[in-house]
Design a protein around this ligand. Structure first.
Ligand SMILES: NC(=O)c1ccc[n+]([C@@H]2O[C@H](COP(=O)([O-])OP(=O)(O)OC[C@H]3O[C@@H](n4cnc5c(N)ncnc54)[C@H](OP(=O)(O)O)[C@@H]3O)[C@@H](O)[C@H]2O)c1
Length: 341
């Protein structure tokens, strides 16, 4: 099968490319050539900016991909351009989306009050307010103002001649994770901190995660299996554990001797308030992709966490990320809180 991938060289893209090549497919990646990855030698490249996608139409016609996988589809406008460009060329678009489409995400960000029961299914209620990162103070991921996966998904699923598949990702961790998920715990353990303090609701909070190689497996199945036509899928680990349990698991892997302690919100300085409502869990059910596409993890979860930790211990974050807010590693204040207990 001829597959064109828009993106493909940052975090989630490379394992998808590798797995599709290993399955015997012909893969071409389209990107600006600024982000580099070690991809199999048979991969073809088209260098270009998705903001000028239509200018490459002749090249795409010559390539004639059956499937276009868009790993970086963020806006409605980009989705419209995508469909206009590949209508009459490809048979199907597979778009990488996110769990941020659900109403639960707005509850988590305190934009809505009523807790949504979890696990969420692919039919759970979506956010009622568009553009989740617009005008957001301390905006977490440098997202563009018109970021809205709900609208992008709608465009991809609405075309009777160019079919669509959506895959909604959980929080993805693993090698090359630019968000360095779990780093704040790991860093404290590496610094031999005797105690990790957590606000009670954070300690109990559960969210769905997926290891990058496993997520890539799910995407590769959605790309190559016709059963995925007109379908929306979650991918996530079957068990969503709390942050406290993550600390225990990570601690066990690195041999940390300390304790994690959950404290009432009032124990922490007001400026540490995250702005999130951690009473809203962010857990999704992934049985649909398991049943319909026979998805299962190719790397067991324990091994996935071990690999991630080994990578993170030798690759410290060097860019702003959600978890690098300075107070999250403010040991002096933590020691003061502990001394007052
Ligand atoms: N990480 C998570 O936890 C998580 C959770 C939910 C959803 N997601 C979704 O996962 C997706 C994957 O992100 P990823 O970074 O891992 O994907 P990726 O496919 O590994 O990398 C992104 C690619 O996009 C290319 N690119 C960026 N801007 C471009 C442009 N203007 N024109 C053409 N190419 C461009 C980059 O190459 P160049 O720089 O060379 O152009 C790079 O190849 C995103 O849609 C994100 O919303 C991620």
């Amino acid at each position: 099968m001829k597959i064109l991938i828009i993106g493909g060289t940052n975090f989630i893209g490379p394992p998808v490319v590798r797995q599709l090549c290993a399955m015997g497919h012909e893969v071409t990646v389209f990107n600006r050539g600024q982000t580099h990855a070690d991809l199999p030698s048979q991969v073809n490249y088209i260098k270009g900016d998705r903001n000028n996608l239509k200018e490459f139409k002749l090249e795409f016609e010559r390539l004639a991909p059956q499937i276009v996988l868009d790993t970086i589809l963020y806006t409605e406008a980009d989705a419209k351009t995508l469909m206009d460009t590949f209508r009459g060329i490809a048979q199907r678009i597979v778009a990488v989306s996110s769990m941020d489409v659900y109403r639960a995400y707005d509850v988590l960000w305190k934009r809505e009050n009523e807790i949504v029961p979890t696990p969420l299914t692919e039919d759970s209620p979506l956010r009622q307010h568009f553009y989740p990162f617009r005008n957001m103070p301390n905006q977490p991921f440098d997202r563009m103002e018109d970021y809205e996966k709900i609208l992008a998904e709608r465009v991809v699923m609405a075309d009777p001649t160019l079919l669509g598949t959506i895959i909604r990702l959980p929080m993805v961790y693993g090698i090359d994770d630019f968000l360095h998920r779990f780093y704040v715990y790991l860093k404290r353990m590496a610094d031999r901190r005797p105690v990790i303090l957590l606000e009670e609701s954070v300690a109990q909070w559960c969210g769905s995660y997926g290891y990058v190689e496993n997520v890539a497996r799910a995407i590769a199945l959605a790309v190559t299996n016709e059963r995925a036509i007109n379908r929306i899928y979650h991918v996530a680990e079957t068990q969503a554990i709390s942050q406290l349990e993550y600390i225990h698991q990570i601690g066990k892997i690195v041999g940390w001797q300390g304790n994690a302690i959950a404290l009432n919100k009032d124990s922490f300085p007001a400026e540490w308030e995250s702005g999130l409502n951690f009473k809203q869990h962010w857990v999704v059910d992934s049985s649909r992709i398991r049943q319909e596409l026979n998805y299962e993890e190719i790397i067991p979860v324990d091994e996935a966490l071990e690999k991630t930790i080994a990578w993170q211990l030798s690759n410290h974050p060097n860019e702003r990320s959600f978890w690098e807010v300075p107070y999250l590693l403010d040991y002096a204040t933590e020691d003061k809180i502990l001394s007052e207990l």
